[in-house]
Design a protein around this ligand. Sequence first.
Ligand SMILES: Cc1ncc(COP(=O)(O)O)c(C=O)c1O
Length: 476
Amino acid sequence: VSGGTVVPMITDLGIGQLHGALQDPALTSMNFLNEIAGQFPDAISFAAGRPYEGFFDVDLLHRYLGLFRDHLAEELGYDDARVTRTLLQYGPTKGVINDLVARHLRVDEGMDVDPGAIVVTVGCQEAMVLVLRALRAGPADVLLAVAPTYVGLSGAARLVDMPVRPVAGGASGLDLDDLVAQITKARQDGLCPRALYVMPDFANPSGVSLDAGTRLRLLDIAEREDILLLEDNPYGLYHGDHDRVPALKALDTGRRVVYLGTFAKTVLPGARVGYVVADQRVAGRRGDVTLLADELSKIKSMLTVNTSPIAQAVVAGKLLDHGYSLAEANKNERLLYAENLRRVVDGLSARFPGRLGNGVQVKWNLPSGGFFVVVTVPFPADDALLDLSAREYGVLWTPMGYFYAGDGGANQLRLSCSQLTTAQIDDGLDRLAALIADRTAPSGREQDGPGKPPHSLAPVCPDRGGAGRSWRSTTR
Ligand SMILES: Cc1ncc(COP(=O)(O)O)c(C=O)c1O
């Protein structure tokens, strides 16, 4: 607006001229969350599923690089030129640390994996894109995904124009009857369900895990119905005090499972290293047989060429430093995440011991590991409320609606406990409790409705130093 007249902005492209994914909620919801987080940097964030930064150590990078260099020279007998080339030159598309990743999977997951069936990727995110690009062979191919679904998967599917059909998760983590019903329905609709995306361990966002019986029955259904299972397992090593249930891939005798891995939560997210195990045999047109991993690497060669060998070397160094065991390397992390999860759940119990004043209840689930807890509240937990929560109460969380294609999760929010200290958890829960108390007060602010802040505060960032700003909070 200039001098009272509206000057139209000159634009160069219309959004309708760009790929439809750019307007899809799967790609835009996280932007909103990131914007809010950027606007209110002093808010306590239960939003991001990031690993705890207290364990990061820049000096270890040098140690890990050195360990991998020694491994190349001493164990593999590479001369100096070859060591340098391996670390600094373009490299094989499938990766340079595949043997070490396979050893890690043997030690930590009890999986026997051919290193040639592994493609080392730029994070698990790239692995998802590769697999979905390959499986979307034609317009009938669709993906099934346990709802609620990780947004990274929904977004990747959108980028390759692969429709995603939800399968009910429910309290057990996966409703197998609904899975069979959805496969049948898709086929009746003339579609070809290619795979089910599932996170059997401490799922993001639900926190729920599949028991051993469900895993075995799922493998049977996959075999019978001739679909693949895309198993995503970023949180399996963070199993709290409970024994682990074997990964689907460790139970897979029929090459039904494509295993999506990441080192983001066990080494460091900044390395951007993940991988996919794709040992499925692919029949070529001339009678030749390749592995699905080989086909995925063709796609990767046109996407990222190869994963940074320097980043791979850092991951390899950590594996070498700990006898290939990331369970061993992350003993302290596992204890911290378990303690944080307990703190969140116990903190919710302390703050919401029974029904609220007007008879409504706040509920939450009790995951046995991982980073996430889902809280159900008696009002919509949407972007408008998140904005209010950040602005007025100084606490961030993730609306569960982000993880559903339809209107699921409307009254739910995801709390991530991985990144916070116990003091921050306590403070953050106080702030959340204040928000909930105000929204459910018999006469009061809930009448404003979500999206209508009780006070017209300018959207300014609070003082980074924390001074001069007091968040609304209950005193316990
Ligand atoms: C379900 C799920 N898959 C994969 C990842 C990791 O992806 P990346 O390796 O690309 O960081 C995450 C991280 O948040 C996740 O929650």
